[in-house]
Write a protein that binds this ligand. Structure first.
Ligand code: TIU
Length: 229
């Protein structure tokens, strides 16, 4: 298939839609909705919610072109057997991972807070990768799924920019995947960390990858034929 070119920094990002997956990282209620874990950590979730609408537009566009979509969720087994005690202890929280919060047990698979927000709900057939760490490659079958599907490029969205998005982009880059991060489809509780994290990705000739916007990607996808429905 013809390669697509997206205006990006530090220079245009080129990808083959058949070898590219959209990665939607951790858009779960615990991080994004009022009353979840993110808010319990003292954060204002409104800055994260701004990523929902543009990510939805990107989801619609890539689905319409038959491109692969993969969702991730950060969370742990109900018996906490995959939760390092150090992660459990971090922050000395009154209500931390595994404890019962307003959306069920915090960051536990199967609980209401662990679900992806309804606006970005996975479609049938889209893989959902449950990850115990910040990076989506650590202790998951994400790399196996990508290699089996012949994926070489990732369009990256989700939260938070400097934590799970950054860790995942670094992991992907070291494994030889090319990453385009959409600045308006990733978000942080801390604007200054968001800005710095994006600068780090595109600095030094794109040391970890490329940065662009949903608008630029949607414009580039206009030239890609929609799949017959
Ligand atoms: N998904 C993700 O980024 N997990 C976090 O815990 N992020 C924070 O910024 N806390």
């Amino acid at each position: 298939m013809a390669r697509v070119s997206v205006p990006a920094e530090p220079y245009a990002f080129e990808f083959d839609p058949a070898a590219t997956a959209l990665l939607v990282i951790d858009m779960q209620r615990d991080f994004v909705e009022p009353g979840g874990f993110g808010e319990m950590l003292g954060n204002d979730v409104s800055s994260l919610r701004r990523a929902i609408a543009p990510t939805r537009r990107v989801l619609d566009a890539v689905r319409a072109r038959g491109m692969m979509v993969i969702h991730t969720r950060e969370g742990h087994r109900p018996d906490l057997s995959d939760l390092p005690p150090t992660k459990k202890a971090r922050g000395r929280l009154a209500c931390g991972i595994g404890d019962v919060g307003p959306m069920g047990r915090v960051l536990i698979r199967g609980e209401p807070g662990h679900e992806i927000v309804p606006e970005l709900a996975p479609a049938p057939g889209e893989p959902v990768v449950d990850k115990p760490g910040k990076g989506a490659f650590y202790a998951t079958d994400l790399e196996l799924i990508l290699r089996e599907r012949g994926v070489r490029s990732l369009i990256v969205t989700g939260v938070t920019t400097e934590v799970c998005v950054h860790t995942t982009v670094r992991e992907a880059n070291d494994r030889g995947f090319e990453c385009l991060v959409l600045a308006d489809c990733v978000a942080s509780y801390f604007p200054e960390f968001h800005d710095a994290a994006l600068k780090m990705i595109k600095a030094q000739g794109g040391i970890f990858g490329w940065v662009s916007t949903s608008e630029a990607l949607l414009g580039a996808l206009q030239g890609v034929q929609r799949k017959a429905s």
